[in-house]
Design a protein around this ligand. Sequence first.
Ligand code: PEP
Ligand code: MG
Length: 919
Amino acid sequence: MAKKWVYLFDEVAAAESYTGSWDGVRALLGGKGSGLADMTRAGVPVPPGFTVTTEACNQFSALDKFPAGMWKQELAALQEVEKRTRKKFGDPTKPLLVSCRSGAKFSMPGMMDTVLNIGLTDKTAEGMIKLTGNPRFVYDSYRRLVEMFGTVVLGIADEAFEEPLKAYKEKKGYKLDTEMTAEDWKAMADAFKAVVKKEKGFDFPQDPLKQLELATEAVFKSWNGKRAVDYRRATNIPDDLGTAVNIVTMVFGNMGDDSGTGVAFTRNPSTGERKMYGDYLLNAQGEDVVAGIRNTEPIENLVQKMPEVYHQFMDITAKLEKHYQEMQDVEFTIERGKLWMLQTRNGKRTAKAAVKIAVDMANEGLITKEEAVLRVTPENVDTLLHPQFDERAKKAAEKSGAFFAKGVNASPGAAVGQAYFDADTAEKMAKEKKQAVIMVRPFTKPDDVHGMIASKGVLTSEGGATSHAAVVARQFGIPCVVGASSITIDLERRVMEVNGKVVKEGEWISVDGTTGEVFIGQIKTIEPKIEEQTELLTILNWADEICARDGVRKAPNGWPRRGLQVWANADYPKDARRARSYGAKGIGLCRTEHMFFETERLPIVQRMILAKSSEERTAALNELLPYQRKDFDGLFEAMDGYPVIIRLIDPPLHEFMPDEEKLFEEVVTMRVKGEKKGLQEKEELLTAIKAMHESNPMMGLRGVRLSIAMPEIVEMQVRAIFEAAADCTLRKIVVKPEVMIPLTGTVKELEWIQPRLERIAKTVMEEKKVSFSYKFGTMIEIPRAAVTAAEIAKLAEFFSFGTNDLTQMTFGYSRDDAERNFLVTYVEQKILPKNPFQTLDRDGVGRLMEWAITEGRQTRLELEVGICGEHGGDPESIEWCHLIGNNYVSCSPFRVPIARLAAAHVALKYSGKAIVEDK
Ligand code: PEP
Ligand code: MG
């Protein structure tokens, strides 16, 4: 059988049997095509039509011509549509008009092309007038076709059409398009045809089939247009999917006041509220609503104008939402009182709405809790924890007269930046000058997306909640205010103005996408409070429930059978408290050296380092001990009942000393000026610092090596840990201290240091007459430690992967140098898929980790394994940790909610699949 390139809307069963799945149908017919076919099957009123497949598009891209047989099939499908509509393409007595619409598997709103009213020619236009008795509508439609065909298919610039229309309206003294009469639109249709002739040297095609052929070709080509390619890069949509082309019988919303058109979401895409949200316009065509050229009416007003249509619409959309179990974004047209559905797809939404809709739908019984958790992305959680305006600062700004304008709150969040009035400048200022930018436009078009993505916020003076700017901003989580109609933007003078208040390009503004307000100047922002975000907390609790299920990992005996826990890296009690409020189930890393840097402690630390004898050193350490004990006490108290991993001192000692170069300068200056006072001390200090110099401190005297060279420091630390733990126990706080030895390379190091430290632990417990459980373990940061994990686990009761160092040492890169010098090139040149310091390199570092766990657990089955490098908060790296059998991941407190969600996602993705043997 010949290859099938074209499917009528009611041939969805054939597409299903060809592809074998609904996902396959979506890939073949695109989101729009499969939606139209699915609605047709469900008995929803959809205008007859057909879809040319994405496979045809890919063939077209490869061959630069239609694949063999495709055009013939398109013509045959057109005949079928003619039969069903009892109209005929190109026949002036009963003309059939069609639209030619792009539609890829994943929605790419406005990124590809569409041509409406195909089939109108000088002759069919006359016929349409006879049939409809409405010359104004016909000429309006005709000029739209010539304009769209001219820009989309023939590549003529928009302005070539916009300018004559503007000039014409000015001449006539019209403000609005609605003032244009039939004669006026006829004049415009002629003017536009003249534009085509002038720009291209040939006439606008009067053969409807030629129009269809060229439009199909143009939509195929738009898959590889700049806008579409940029959008795919930004959203990770693969390039080889191709777009389908949908040929749909035209229905007209601009046939009078009993006609109209609109777009709507079945729930509020900004807040998630369960209420139809959308706009419509009477006597208009689709792009009028989306482009925001005319001011739209809220959808609920339709109930007064056309109650029957409204109720039918509500009924159909409710069914669609139930059928897809997802919030739908629909387009509809009413032609002379009859409702037609033109599109349904899963609606884009803000992070806030995503979370609310997921929780509501689970509570309504429409989806399961698991599905609800899967529908929220780690990026959504990230966005929700992003800054908002400080209410008091906002009030103060209002009082001081900084309020500028109010528009529609299209995409929530606070954005502060410098105003730039076009996409190219916005992108340039953000990327090259590293400025915080707010892009300001009258309205946006698909060509503006690069500027929007580079901006912190977007502001438009026109358009509504479903305008292009609003839809794109919501998708990318960019705060956005649209339709702030009091603002006059003068693109030539590069200023905007409201009642004499002027903002020049480059000046600071603050945009509140949550309320729609715009202010002049910079308003302070604050971190949102997680405890006030009830729906997010619900999702995260469900995520934890999923991870805590026994058997969610099918693992060898003794290995973790539950999902990952999420712990946090926290050095101070206040961080630990935050981590706990964000849902951390333990502290995975407390970097104790941070405590040494505090102002009153640093001189003692320096004295300890410079000590000439062990006694002198011990004296300094005895001074430090109470500080450390207090720190640990606070941590244990904050984490009552949860494990706290405390890492013994890690960095090389020179980090605690004054900068060598600076000190040298000081000494030289003193010598030159002949200053004697204090010179000798400084000279001695300089000599001591010079003696500490190492060529490569990252690989020098640090971590366990330092502990062996100077055991007094870690002995003091262990005493402080256990004294604090004992004191807490006496106060009825449940402590679970875990002492972590950093940078181990050989088990011999642990054999040297660990027993000494354990003796101190026992002594303190005896002294204080308390007992509690504790662990001693190590970081795995050096490849040799990973390789010899079986040996190391003889002493270490837990492993924590320090993947920052492990990545440095495995690649042999120094992170700072690599990120400054060559990593960007490596990623650009695809030598590395991603920055390995952000996302775990599974093939190298990841395999070392896997080996270490397997070997380690052969020695010690109950070995506790975690990760505390920065990868612990990265969803892709978290997936790897789940697969290789980690017990937990530990990350910064702010990333804990993201990690909890990511851990649940991976648990659901691999639920019931064995780890280690079967990845
Ligand atoms: C690591 O190396 O991954 C780690 C957590 O230690 P640090 O970043 O403190 O070297
Ligand atoms: Mg490290």
